[in-house]
Every structure is written in C-alpha cells, then in structure tokens.
Design a protein around this ligand. Sequence first.
Ligand SMILES: Nc1ncnc2c1ncn2[C@@H]1O[C@H](COP(=O)(O)OP(=O)(O)OP(=O)(O)O)[C@@H](O)[C@H]1O
Ligand SMILES: [Mg+2]
Length: 301
Amino acid sequence: MTSAMDLPLVHSGKVRDIYGVSEDLLLMVTSDRISAFDVVMGEPIPDKGRVLTAMSAFWFDHFSDVVQGHLLATNPEEVASRLATHDTGLPTSWVGRTMLCRRAEMLPIECIVRGYITGSAWKEYTASGTMHGGRLPEGLLEASQLPEPVFTPSTKADEGHDVNISFEQAVDLVGRNLAEQSREVALECYLRGARWAAERGIIIADTKFEMGLIDGELVLADEVLTPDSSRFWPADTWTPGTTPPSFDKQPVRDYLDRLDWDKKPPPPLLPDEVISATSSRYVEAYERITGLSFSDWLGVR
Ligand SMILES: Nc1ncnc2c1ncn2[C@@H]1O[C@H](COP(=O)(O)OP(=O)(O)OP(=O)(O)O)[C@@H](O)[C@H]1O
Ligand SMILES: [Mg+2]
C-alpha cells in the first residue's frame, strides 16, 4: 500500500514540503517549522502549519472574484481521493496542513506589494530617497504608511537572496502583458486584504504573492497573505519612526534578542513559554482575520 508520504518530493523549503502528485497536481504540506533571522529553529511551533494553511485557504476564497487560485482542496478525504491513496487516507499529521494544488508554470518574479516602508525598501530609501528605483516623497519615517501601495517586484533566486527590481525589469523577465496583469492582481489583493485586516487590528505592512500560468491563464499560487509571506504588525502599537513588533514572531525575536547569539546556525533552544506564546500568536492572527474559531479547522484537537 502506498501512502501520500511516498509521493516524490519536488521541493523542500524552509517551511514547506512540496510533493508531485501528477503532471497537473501538487501537494503542499506546511510544517510547523519557524525561521527567525533566516535560521530555522530547532523546535516546531505547534499548529503553525495549520494556521498558515487555513489562512491561505481563507484568502484564496476571499479573492476568488479577483483571480483564480491554485488551491483545489484541503479537506483530507477529498485530497486523498485525488491521490490514488484513497485506501490509506492522508497521514493524520498532515491533516489541516495540506493543500492539493494545480501545478502552475511559475512566473520568475516575486510579486511584492508594499503599503508601509520597512526592511530592504527602508534601507534603499534612507540611502537614495527611492524604493525599487522609484522616487518617494521626502521625510518618510521607518514604518510610515506609503501614499499608496506600490508593486515592488523582485527576482526569484534559486539560491541566495532575491534582488529588488524595477517594474521595467519585471517586464523584461515576463513580458509587458503578464507584468501588468500580475501588478494589477497583486495590488488589488493587497488593497483588499490589508483593508480587511486593518479593520481587525492587524496591519499588513507588505506581502509577497507568487503567480503562475495554468493553461495560459494567470493564477494566484503559493501561500497568500500569511504571516510567513507578509509582515503583520499589531495596529495598536504601530508608531512610525520605530520598527514595529512582528504580530507572530515577536515572542521568538524578543527571546533571541536577549541572548548572545550570532544569528547563525545552530539556533539556540527555545523555551516552552516562548513556543506556546508564539503558537498562540499565530492562532490569534488567524482568528482575528477570519473571524473563525481555529478549533474548527481540520486536524485541530
Ligand atoms: N501551484 C504551483 N505550481 C508550481 N509551483 C508552485 C506552485 N505554488 C507554489 N509553487 C512554488 O513552490 C515553491 C514553494 O517553496 P517554499 O516557499 O516552500 O520554499 P522556498 O520559496 O524555496 O524557500 P522559503 O522557505 O525561503 O520560502 C516555490 O518555488 C513556489 O514558487
Ligand atoms: Mg517561498
């Protein structure tokens, strides 16, 4: 008997494992691994992968009138029935963290949208007054809200860091049509998602969408508006001029900041209180944004 776990592993990222189901289908399994300062911690954050999966599923549905999503199913029976492993079902540990997706031909750009200036964009602005080469008004503070959200694509590097590029460079990579279409979709999803989250006390400062083509049509893929693909800030503590705390990872970051750790592997051990506080933050983000109870999600005890 074969199990879903025997499917060929196509890709293993810091957080997710992707399995090939067929020429057209992929299985995306999101683990509880967490990275901080680009280093994956040794301890999992309970249910983090389920939170990210549930949140992405919520947004795919929320944006279905803007763009088609790659997500086909999260329900374990439905997923298993498409896998030819119907008799064994989905492994229990995978329930709630697995997305059956349509395989897309991914665009070689990351569709980043920034509503607030922070991170690498803030660094560029302080050095040259620009963001991805485009001029910005003077006098912005770190974490300021931008006059309007901006599409700031980057390359999708297989190794090393993604490189920020201008819109025209994105046009060179994917063609004008797709560059314009992906910009429009990314801005619309960001605007709607950020407005929705802001009404629920969470600032989505910026985010990265990934898009691809299926049968020649532009599709929203990967994960959508999760704390792993975006910067979530608690709205009540946002103060321009200072780096806002991360809604989800702050307990881990605060703990690591108190240690004398060089931010290189191996990571220090995370104490139980830090792990449970972080897990609660992820669940809180999900419940605030969706208005749903996380205990109703698949595989949650
Ligand atoms: N529907 C899809 N079809 C094909 N590829 C997809 C689809 N959705 C997402 N992908 C790709 O799957 C991969 C997901 O990888 P993942 O995010 O787990 O790791 P990573 O991006 O390599 O590293 P990191 O851990 O830093 O995010 C990405 O390369 C993404 O572009
Ligand atoms: Mg990724």
